[in-house]
Design a protein around this ligand. Structure first.
Ligand code: ZN
Length: 101
């Protein structure tokens, strides 16, 4: 999701393949190319997810913990708002479920 957002909104920013998540999750070959800001956001999200005390983790909307700090929560929300409809339009609901449930 962050990858889609970044490709569309930060087209001119220099990008690198995301790798910081490796230590926490096997994100396999779905490794997005991200600008520095988006990489930081994704890394933050993955770290929070790894530390989440709820297992299985509920969708963030229903989560009682609200682990994201407000600044990041806004950024994540912007990414979701953009990428959610994008994926739905392209029939990639599987990706939404994969990343955000
Ligand atoms: Zn970006």
């Amino acid at each position: 999701m962050v990858g889609i957002f970044c490709r569309a909104n930060h087209r001119d920013a220099p990008k690198a393949r995301f790798s910081a998540g490796d230590v926490l999750f096997d994100i396999g070959k779905n490794r997005p190319e991200l600008c520095a800001g988006c990489a930081e956001l994704l890394d933050y999200g993955l770290r929070k997810l790894a530390k989440c005390p709820l297992n299985p983790k509920p969708a963030c909307k229903k989560c009682p913990v609200h682990c994201y700090e407000p600044l990041y929560r806004d950024r994540v929300r912007a990414v979701m708002r953009f990428s959610g409809p994008y994926l739905i339009k392209r029939g990639r609901l599987d990706l939404i479920f994969k990343f955000y449930l």
